[in-house]
Design a protein around this ligand. Structure first.
Ligand SMILES: Nc1ncnc2c1ncn2[C@@H]1O[C@H](COP(=O)(O)OP(=O)(O)OP(=O)(O)O)[C@@H](O)[C@H]1O
Ligand SMILES: [Mg+2]
Length: 338
């Protein structure tokens, strides 16, 4: 059927005061957000409400209050559920694959469930498995697949019916750093190669930042922030600097701190209050100028620059007013390879 798309739809997903309350927990709390085409990251700590939002958007779980629209369809309207699932692909968070069948059999089955005729289902399955890099292995039973391969099968079944939009719930879960990078690359290409819009969840901001055009951060079911990735990076880039001491400046760190302050750049000590803290200064970089300014200030003081590095962004950064994460949280982010 020819799609009548003369009107350009700029909102792919819209929610208005959307809430979901379980007897003991409020999973979503009056969430209002508009999401446009492209790749959007939905970021939040465990239990933030990411999966709950996706299930409501798919029409699989009713909201307690508020409204939500997906591709212009009201998710609560009785006729919408089927229409949404025809036009939207879904990669669930948890393992849901039958071990005894091959990737080809499973993905063909899912394509048939989405309404594709047998020949088209087989053809699309082959194309999709090739896209996710499982073509060679497609006749082996899924039970013998690695975690990374299983994630790819889950991704393939979400794409096989050529949807306009896909929801990917934690697609990098359980993957090693290389597997994560591969998966993030695949996700980016879903949009660039096929024009499919993507909503992808993660608990690591740094991971999604590279892949997404737009990032939405939620915490405790509430909207914390929604902005384009470039805005996000500009305002949350943390620079860590460490300098030597000298005879003139026995406390080099302090000298740099004061000199930067005099030039209007405020710094903070990493891990302030902790034993042994104070040698690394953190500051929010506004752009290239900040790097140049730090370099000049350190050189003018006659000190050595031991390090100047951009810190990884972690979801916790947006939870604190000054945008810096604690040591422990940073280690965790690095540990996740995000
Ligand atoms: N069916 C349910 N019954 C009761 N509480 C639920 C149910 N589903 C989710 N919750 C609760 O709602 C909150 C949000 O859960 P949700 O699964 O949406 O979080 P999430 O952001 O996807 O987390 P994760 O990163 O761990 O996947 C949690 O506190 C969770 O315990
Ligand atoms: Mg989840």
């Amino acid at each position: 059927m020819a799609r009548v798309t003369t009107v350009v739809c700029v909102t792919v997903i819209a929610t208005e005061s959307l809430s979901k309350r379980f007897p003991r927990v409020t999973a979503l709390d009056r969430l209002s957000v508009d999401i446009g085409p492209g790749v959007t990251g939905l970021v939040g700590a465990n239990g933030a409400g990411k999966s709950t939002l996706i299930k409501i958007l798919l029409g699989l779980s009713p909201a307690t209050e508020g409204r939500a629209e997906v591709l212009g369809l009201d998710v609560a309207a009785p006729s919408s559920g089927r229409a949404i699932r025809e036009r939207v692909g879904y990669m669930p968070e948890h393992d849901c694959l039958p071990p005894d069948v091959s990737a080809t059999e499973f993905v063909v089955h899912m394509a048939r469930m989405s309404g594709l005729p047998p020949a088209a289902a087989r053809e699309r399955t082959a194309d999709t498995l090739r896209h996710v890099g499982l073509y060679e292995e497609r006749y082996r039973p899924i039970g013998g697949y690695s975690t990374g391969m299983k994630q790819r099968v889950k991704l393939a079944q979400a794409l096989v019916h050529d949807p306009e939009l896909v929801f990917l719930d934690e697609p990098t879960n359980g993957l090693d750093p290389v597997g994560r990078d591969d998966m993030l690359g695949l996700i980016r290409r879903i949009h660039t190669d096929f024009g499919i819009s993507v909503l992808v969840t993660s608990h690591l901001l740094g991971e999604l930042e590279r892949t997404c055009d737009h990032v939405v951060v939620i915490d405790g079911g509430k909207l914390l922030r929604s902005s384009s990735t470039t805005d996000f990076t500009r305002t949350t880039t943390t620079l860590a600097i460490e300098v030597t001491d000298s005879e003139t400046h026995p406390d080099g760190t302090r000298a740099v701190r004061e000199a930067l302050h005099a030039r209007g750049l405020d710094t903070r000590n990493e891990g302030a209050g902790l034993p042994g803290a104070g040698h690394i200064l953190l500051l929010t970089a506004e752009g290239e100028e900040t790097y140049d300014l730090v370099r000049d200030v350190v050189a003018d003081l006659g000190l050595g620059l031991v390090r100047m590095e951009q810190r990884r962004h972690h979801i916790s950064e947006v939870f604190t007013d000054d945008g810096h994460s604690s040591d422990e949280q940073r280690k965790e982010a690095v540990g996740h390879g995000g």
